[in-house]
Design a protein around this ligand. Sequence first.
Ligand SMILES: [Zn+2]
Length: 258
Amino acid sequence: MRVHHLNCGSLSEIETVDGRGAPARAVCHCLLIETAAAGLVLVDAGLGTRDVARPAERLGADWISYAGPVLDPAETALHQVRALGHDPADVRHVIVTHLHNDHIGGLADFPGATVHVHAAEDPAGHEAQLAHGVRWRTYADAPGEEWGGFAGVQAFAGLPPEILLLPMAGHTPGHIGVAVDTGDGTLVHAGDCYFYHGEVDRPDPVVHPLMNLIQEANESDRTLRLANVDRLRALARADAGKVTVFSAHDPWEFSRLT
Ligand SMILES: [Zn+2]
């Protein structure tokens, strides 16, 4: 399956912890997957055209001041799907890692899509992002399979078995990761389970001081989240070369993949 890595929303510029990488703007890392049987599948929707047009109303002054979104219409998934030569109506499925505004702002740009989300996510507080009328498909925790150290792994309804739901709670109660077997290795989109590559790709893990403050202010269950970061670190290390783990906002992971 062909997979495109899209940045659907540049945010404030941040520095690396060890100074080994150049400063870069944080991203909203989304995937556009071309499937044979289920059309186009988007993983996370980033910021959408309505956010760019009416940021204060949709995103709030607080979030805008700390996240520093660039708000470029060309970065929306809608624009990038068109730029790749696709019809946005062919985006038939959107998988969202969790219901935070920087992951669901683009949903209104794909009103015909089925939106796949964990049942434990709470739509309250996101009325503007969801007001267009979302066609939900929700997933409760289930026995499921074990994959990559994660238990209760499920397939998504109507999607090919190469795309899997990885329960990854902790940032939010129903936060999920998404594994995509591309045929040339497996991508694991870890959403906001962690924010900085140094948390998973070093034997001596480091957090990003600024990003970690934001994580601590937003996470719903630190113990669960850190257990999932441990799983991701083990997965990335055990299957290096075959499995690529990345998170939603780290710009250095994004640039490695594009
Ligand atoms: Zn986020």
